[in-house]
Design a protein around this ligand. Structure first.
Ligand SMILES: [Zn+2]
Length: 63
C-alpha cells in the first residue's frame, strides 16, 4: 500500500499506470525509478514539483 509522503495518509487513488493521487492533500504522486515524484496540481491545471520539500528517504516508496 502506497503511503502519501506528505500526510502519511493511505487514501491514495490510482490515476495512471505509475501515477497516484492523494485525496487527503490533493497532490499527485508519480512513481519513477522506485522514487516518488510529488506534484501539486495548480488551479489552472499545471503541475508544480514539490520534490524539494521532501528528503530522499521520504520519497522512497514504501509499499
Ligand atoms: Zn497526502
Amino acid at each position: 500500500m502506497l503511503v502519501c509522503p506528505n500526510c502519511n495518509g493511505k487514501d491514495i487513488g490510482k490515476i495512471g499506470a505509475q501515477q497516484f493521487y492523494c485525496w487527503n492533500c490533493f497532490i499527485e504522486l508519480s512513481v519513477f525509478h522506485d522514487k516518488l515524484e510529488i506534484h501539486q496540481v495548480e488551479s489552472d491545471g499545471s503541475l508544480s514539483s514539490l520534490d524539494d520539500l521532501f528528503t530522499e528517504d521520504e520519497r522512497k516508496i514504501q509499499w
